[in-house]
Write a protein that binds this ligand. Structure first.
Ligand code: B12
Length: 220
C-alpha cells in the first residue's frame, strides 16, 4: 500500500511538472481507488509538482506558457479530486479577495495568481475584472479576507488601485487586510507610493509573499 501510495503521489507530481493532462486524470482516479485521501493527493502530489514548476520558473528553465499549462493540468486533476474532499479537509493558509481594478479587462495574469494561490492552499475569492473600489470594499466586508490582491495592466487603470486603498481606509477596513498588487506596468516604488503592503513582478513571487504573511500571522 505504502509503495503504491508513493508511486501514485509521484505520478501526480510529475504530471504537473510535465503538463500531462491525460496522465493527471488517470493518476487522480487511481489515487481515489487506492484509498489515498483527496487532500493528500492534492497537497503531497499535485501541489509538490507546482512547487517544482515555480522553482523552474524562477530559475529561468520554465516560462509563462509553462506556468499556465501547469495551472491547467492542476485544474483537471482538481476536477476529479475536489468532489472527494471533505469539508474542512484543507487547512487553509488564509483567504484572499482578488480582482482586476476598475476600467481594466486584462485577467490572464490575475488568473495565474488565482490558480497558484489556490494550489498553495489559500481560499481565493476572485471578483473578476473591472472591479470598482466599492466592490472591493463590499467584498472585504462580506468575506473578511486576510489579503486583498489587485491587478492592473494599463497605466490608465493602475491609479485605480490607490482609489481602492483609500476606499478601504474610509470604510475603516484598511488595517484588517494585507494588500498586494501586481501587473506589468507596476513597480515596487508605485506600490509603496499608493500604500500597498506588497508588490510582485510575477505570480510565483506574489504567492511567496502571501505565504510569508500567512506564516507570520499564524505565529502571532
Ligand atoms: C492579452 C492582452 C489584451 C487582451 C486581454 C485579454 C484578457 N482576458 O486578459 C485584450 C485584447 C482584451 C486587451 C485589450 C486592451 N489592451 Co491589452 N494587452 C494584452 C497583452 C498582449 C498581454 C497581457 C497578458 O495577458 N500578459 C500575460 C500575463 C500572464 O502577464 P501579466 O498580466 O503581466 O501578469 C503577470 C504579472 O504581471 C503578475 N501579476 C499580474 N497581476 C497580478 C496581481 C497580483 C496581486 C500579483 C501579485 C501579481 C500579478 O503575475 C502574472 C504572472 O506572472 C499586453 C502586452 C504585454 N505584453 O503585456 C497588452 C497591453 C497590456 N494592452 C494594452 C492596451 C493599450 C489595451 C487596450 C487599451 C487596447 C485598445 N486600444 O482597445 C485594451 C484595453 C481593454 C481594457 N479596458 O482593459 C497595452 C497597455 C499600455 C499601457 N502601458 O497602458 C499593452 C501593454 C500592449 C501595448 N504594448 O500597447 N489586451
Amino acid at each position: 500500500m505504502s509503495s503504491k501510495r508513493e508511486e501514485i503521489l509521484a505520478r501526480l507530481r510529475d504530471c504537473i511538472v510535465n503538463f500531462d493532462i491525460d496522465g493527471i486524470k488517470d493518476a487522480a482516479r487511481e489515487a481515489i481507488e487506492a484509498g489515498i485521501p483527496a487532500y493528500e493527493a492534492i497537497m503531497e502530489g499535485m501541489a509538490k509538482g507546482m512547487d517544482i514548476v515555480g522553482r523552474k520558473y524562477e530559475e529561468g528553465e520554465y516560462f509563462l506558457a509553462e506556468l499556465i499549462m501547469a495551472g491547467e493540468t492542476m485544474k483537471e486533476g482538481m476536477k476529479i479530486l475536489e468532489p472527494y474532499l471533505k469539508a474542512g479537509d484543507i487547512p487553509k493558509l488564509g483567504r484572499v479577495v482578488i480582482g482586476t481594478v476598475e476600467g481594466d479587462l486584462h485577467d490572464i495574469g490575475k488568473n495565474i495568481v488565482v490558480t497558484l494561490l489556490s494550489a498553495s492552499g489559500f481560499d481565493v475569492i476572485d471578483l473578476g475584472v473591472d472591479v470598482t473600489a466599492d466592490k472591493f470594499v463590499e467584498a472585504v466586508k462580506q468575506y473578511k479576507p486576510d489579503i486583498v490582491g489587485m491587478s492592473a495592466l494599463l497605466t490608465t487603470t493602475m491609479v485605480n488601485m490607490k482609489k481602492v486603498i483609500e476606499a478601504l481606509k474610509e470604510a475603516g477596513l484598511r488595517d484588517s487586510v494585507k494588500i498586494i498588487v501586481g501587473g506589468a506596468p507596476l513597480t515596487e516604488e508605485f506600490a509603496k507610493e499608493i500604500g500597498a503592503d506588497g508588490y510582485a513582478p510575477d505570480a510565483v513571487l506574489g504567492v511567496e509573499i502571501c505565504k510569508k504573511w500567512a506564516s507570520t500571522a499564524r505565529k502571532k
